[in-house]
Design a protein around this ligand. Structure first.
Ligand code: A2P
Length: 332
C-alpha cells in the first residue's frame, strides 16, 4: 500500500494539535510527518505516534522536500502566502482558514455532504467554518428529503474557536489581565460579535455561515440569516437552527431521516432531560442533534438543536476526513 508524506502548518495551535491527535487515532497510511509553525516555535518537540518531531519554522522553502498533503491551520494570511507555494509543488493543501473558501476553483467540503466536490480541486481544498460544518449534516439530510427553503441560524459558540488567546480570556475571570482576544470580557458574558463587522451590519462569521452553506449545499439562492454569539463555554458549539421546507413532512419520518444520516447522533428524550450538550460533545467526531420539533408558525418547518466539537468535527476531524477520502478514492 502506498504511504504518504504529510505536513501540518500551525502544528502548535489548538487545531494543529488536534490534527495530530486525530491522525494518530485514525491510522492513515502516512509514513512521515513534518510540523511547521512560526519562528518562535521552531525547535519545540511534539510527539506524534511515539516519535519526537521537531517543529520547524515555516518558510518559502518548507515544501521543497515534497509532501503529498499539507493540513493548514495558521490563519488566513499564512494560508494566502504559503498554500499556493505548497500546491505549486504538487502537495494538496487542506486549509482551515477562510482565505480560499469562497473562491470558485476551491472546493469547500464536508465529506458526509459533498465529498464529490473535491474532484474539481486545483491543489487547495478549503475546510469550512466550524459553525457551518456541524449544521451541514442535518441540513443536507433534510434537504434531500423535504427541500430546504429558508434557514435561520442562532449560534452559541465556544471560546476554543478563537484559539489559545480566546481560552486565556475565558480564564481571566477577575479581569485582572488585559484581554487578548475579545473586545469585552467573555467570562460571565455573551458576545453577539464573532470576527469583524461588515458594512451590512452582519459579522463576518455570520456571512461565512450564510455563504458557505449556499456553496456546500449547491443552493446559491437559498434564503438564510444568522446571528452568531460567543458564549463562555470552553469547547463545542451549540446551534439553534430553524428550517423551512418546500415539502410537508411527518415528524417520525424526519427523525428517521436524521438518524440514518452518517455521523449524526440523535439525542432527543425531553422527558428524561436528554438533549445534546456541549460538555458531552467534546472529544467526539459526530454531530449531535436534538430538541427536534415542528415549527407550528409556518406551513412546513422544524427547529433543531445541533451540537458538535468545534475543534474536532468543526475543524481537524473534517480536514483529516478529506485526506482519508482522497486516499481511499485514489485521488492522490
Ligand atoms: P505559533 O505557535 O508559533 O505562533 P491558534 O489558532 O491556536 O492560536 O494557533 C495558530 C497556529 O498558527 C499556531 O501553530 C501558530 O504558531 C501558527 N502561526 C501563526 N502565524 C504563523 C506564521 N506566520 N507562520 C507559521 N505559523 C504561524
Amino acid at each position: 500500500m502506498k504511504e504518504y508524506k504529510l505536513a501540518i502548518v500551525g502544528a502548535t495551535g489548538l487545531v494543529g494539535r488536534s490534527f495530530i491527535k486525530i491522525l494518530e487515532e485514525r491510522k492513515l497510511p502516512i509514513k512521515e510527518y513534518s510540523l511547521f509553525a512560526s519562528k518562535k516555535s521552531a525547535g519545540k518537540i511534539i510527539n506524534i505516534l511515539g516519535k519526537n518531531c521537531v517543529v520547524k519554522e515555516l518558510t518559502e522553502n518548507s515544501f521543497d522536500e515534497g509532501f503529498d498533503f499539507a493540513l493548514f491551520s495558521a490563519g488566513g494570511d499564512t494560508a494566502k502566502k504559503y498554500a499556493p507555494i505548497a500546491s505549486s509543488k504538487n502537495c494538496i493543501v487542506i486549509d482551515n482558514s477562510s482565505a480560499f473558501r469562497m473562491e470558485n476553483d476551491v472546493p469547500l467540503v464536508v465529506p458526509e455532504v459533498n465529498f464529490d466536490d473535491v474532484k474539481n480541486h486545483k491543489g487547495i481544498i478549503a475546510n469550512p467554518n466550524c459553525s457551518t460544518i456541524q449544521a451541514m449534516l442535518p441540513l443536507k439530510a433534510l434537504d434531500n428529503k423535504y427541500v430546504i427553503k429558508r434557514v435561520i441560524y442562532s449560534t452559541y459558540q465556544a471560546v476554543s474557536g478563537a484559539g489559545r488567546y480566546g481560552l486565556e480570556d475565558l480564564e481571566n475571570i477577575d479581569n485582572s489581565k488585559p484581554l487578548k482576544k475579545f473586545p469585552h470580557p467573555i467570562y460571565n458574558n455573551c458576545l453577539p460579535h464573532i470576527d469583524v463587522f461588515m458594512n451590512n451590519g452582519y459579522t463576518k462569521e455570520e456571512m461565512k455561515m450564510i455563504n458557505e452553506t449556499r456553496k456546500i449545499l449547491h443552493k446559491p439562492q437559498l434564503s438564510i440569516t444568522a446571528t452568531t454569539v460567543r458564549v463562555p463555554v470552553t469547547n463545542s458549539h451549540s446551534e439553534s437552527i430553524n428550517v423551512e421546507f418546500e415539502k410537508s413532512f411527518e415528524v417520525d419520518d424526519l427523525f428517521n431521516t436524521l438518524k440514518s444520516f452518517p455521523n449524526i447522533v440523535l439525542i432527543d428524550e425531553p422527558k428524561s432531560n436528554l438533549y445534546p450538550l456541549a460538555i458531552n460533545a467534546t472529544g467526539h467526531d459526530e454531530v449531535f442533534v436534538g430538541r427536534v420539533r415542528r415549527d407550528e408558525s409556518v406551513f412546513s418547518g422544524v427547529n433543531l438543536w445541533v451540537v458538535a466539537d468545534n475543534i474536532r468535527k468543526g475543524a481537524a476531524t473534517n480536514a483529516v476526513q478529506i485526506v482519508e477520502g482522497l486516499i481511499k478514492q485514489g485521488l492522490k
